[in-house]
Design a protein around this ligand. Structure first.
Ligand SMILES: [Mn+2]
Length: 274
């Protein structure tokens, strides 16, 4: 089994701006930038290319709706069937629906830890059932998700509160957080990380600025310390049009590194220098 990073360059399900289709390339640049070394905080040297691999991008040029969904779903199902674990890079958040659905089919009783400023629980938005505001409604409708736990939400409206109630979503709203919440799961966990969960002060390179968010440190703390068996993850919604200095790409790359490191630890690959 290898841990693979996978680019999902799609942004035609955004509701406000395009740009996230350009994100995988920017995140790779940040990841390999000479400005930092390849060690993770958890102690792995990701410069060691036996620890992980890059699966490239799913080809999504010109695809939208069901055809884009199918292309992503088929690619993820194939990589999982080959025994790989994935950390995907969006893309707008719509890419998480086909990706997590594939994981849910491979891991019975899958839980989701969803870190986001938004619930992404709309039944549809702008007449689009694949909108980046809907993936977690689609996933809960599948009946394959055991628990959906959200952290960082600060945009709930009446419709999304109703949807959250309908799907028994557990929400750690931003206004109730003092510090990092303790979150525990039984069984497999997929972590879906929307960069707009962070306060725009920490991560301005996103389409939807939503003040009052998480710090970079708080998200790293969640990645490193939530209780449960991490089996896959994605980092989505980087918008390079709003990231001229690559600051937010660096934040995304940092999260990617720590996610890979946690997956390595859980698959028994412990760092040489803990
Ligand atoms: Mn989102």
């Amino acid at each position: 089994m290898t841990i693979q990073i996978l680019g999902l360059p799609q942004d035609n399900n955004g509701s406000y701006m395009s740009g996230p289709a350009l994100a995988p390339a920017r995140i790779r640049e940040a990841l390999h930038s000479d400005s930092a070394n390849m060690f993770t905080e958890l102690g792995h040297d990701l410069g060691n290319k036996t620890l992980w691999a890059d699966a490239g991008n799913v080809l999504l040029d010109g695809l939208s709706g069901q055809t884009a969904f199918d292309a992503i779903h088929i690619a993820v199902v194939k990589l999982l069937a080959e025994g790989h674990q994935l950390v995907s890079m969006g893309g707008d958040h719509s890419v998480s629906y086909p990706t997590i659905l594939a994981h849910a089919k491979a891991h019975k009783g899958l839980n989701i830890l969803h870190i986001d400023a938004h619930g992404d629980l709309y039944d549809s938005l702008l007449d689009n059932h694949f909108s980046h505001a809907t993936p977690f409604a689609r996933l809960m409708e599948s009946g394959l998700i055991s628990r959906l736990v959200q952290v960082g939400n600060r945009t709930l409206n009446t419709h999304q509160r109703q949807q959250a109630k309908r799907f028994n979503v557990e929400i750690h709203e931003m206004r109730d957080l003092s510090g990092v919440p303790t979150i525990s799961f039984e069984g497999p966990v997929y972590l879906s990380l929307d960069l707009d969960a962070l306060d725009p002060a920490y991560a301005p390179g996103v389409s939807h600025f939503e003040p009052g968010g998480l710090s970079t440190r708080a998200v790293l703390d969640l990645i490193q310390n939530f209780k449960g068996n991490l089996i896959g993850a994605d980092v989505v919604e980087l918008n390079p049009h709003r990231d001229p200095f690559g600051m937010t790409a660096m934040v995304a790359a940092k999260f990617l590194k720590e996610l890979i490191s946690r997956l390595l630890i859980e698959s028994g690959v412990h760092p040489a220098i803990p």
